[in-house]
Design a binder for this molecule. Structure first.
Ligand SMILES: [Zn+2]
Length: 276
């Protein structure tokens, strides 16, 4: 240790906090958020923007039930926070259980929303196992592929594979990266399907006691271009946890090489949706 010249040591001491500080301030692309109707009573659209600025969320993939939440956030036209709108196929909360099963109301709603011509993807929707073979799911997958839209699927690996069979090559954001799917299976899916991107909210195995899971680190570094972060404000109390969630992500990012961290934090979302 004594071989380290005093000047170099003091320079290092100076730079380390600066590096940590830079990670703290890197903007985050929030790839999984909902401004659902129930949240309105606790946080207004301008307050949502204030919160994003406070935690340095620099861009957002918005998907709300109903879609008015997303439209109202976009209407504020915040020049510093681009919003990438996704069409959520839900009018009411219970639609998540049967939106794909001959739900005429949902189908009409989706048709009507698509006419806006603003959406970059469809989701987040929930689908599990053989439900993904429902004709309407297949229709949505093919429509997304034909129109160059992304899918945002909260799904098990079985459903993801069924979706990809309906529309090979369709681009899919895998919400929660399968949530509880084993990391060996995630790795195999990523190898097999280059058009899948994983979103990391609710992956409880990402870290333990503040330390990034080594198996996760390996995966993130193997595919640094294919992971996104998300707050997933799916229930109103999650809005009160956004700061804490983002702090958790920053703790994880600080344990990755800066280039991979920058991509997962923001660069991947930026590249996927052509943001500046
Ligand atoms: Zn969600």
């Amino acid at each position: 240790m004594s071989a380290l010249p005093r000047a170099a040591a003091s320079l290092l001491a100076l730079l380390l906090p600066l590096a940590a500080h830079a990670t703290q301030l890197a903007p985050i692309f929030d790839a999984h958020m909902h401004y659902n109707v129930e949240a309105r009573s606790v946080i207004s659209p301008p307050q949502v923007l204030d919160l994003w600025r406070k935690v340095d969320i620099g861009a957002v993939l918005a998907t709300s039930r109903p879609n008015d939440g997303t439209l109202d956030l976009m209407a504020l036209k915040a020049p510093d926070i681009p919003i990438v709108p996704f069409l959520r196929p839900y009018l009411r909360q219970p639609d998540r259980y049967d939106w794909f099963g001959n739900n005429r109301e949902v189908e009409q709603y989706v048709e009507q929303e698509l006419r806006r011509g603003i959406y970059r993807g469809i989701g987040e929707f929930h689908i599990f196992g053989a439900d993904a073979d429902a004709p309407y799911m297949a229709k949505i997958a093919r429509l997304a592929k034909d129109r160059g839209l992304w899918l945002h699927a909260h799904a098990d690996e079985d459903a993801v594979e069924r979706i990809l069979r309906h529309a090979p090559g369709v681009r899919l954001i895998w919400a929660h990266t399968g949530m509880s799917t084993s990391l060996d299976k995630v790795e195999q899916m990523f190898e097999q399907y280059p058009n899948i991107v994983g979103e990391l909210s609710y992956r409880g195995d990402l870290e333990q006691d503040g330390v990034l899971n080594p198996r996760w680190k390996q995966l993130l570094l193997k595919y640094p271009d294919r992971f996104l972060l998300g707050t997933d404000t799916w229930i109103t109390p999650r809005w009160g946890q956004v700061e804490e969630i983002i702090a958790g992500y920053r703790r994880i990012l600080a344990q990755l090489p800066p280039e991979a961290a920058r991509k997962i934090a923001y660069g991947n979302g930026q590249a996927m949706f052509g943001l500046r």
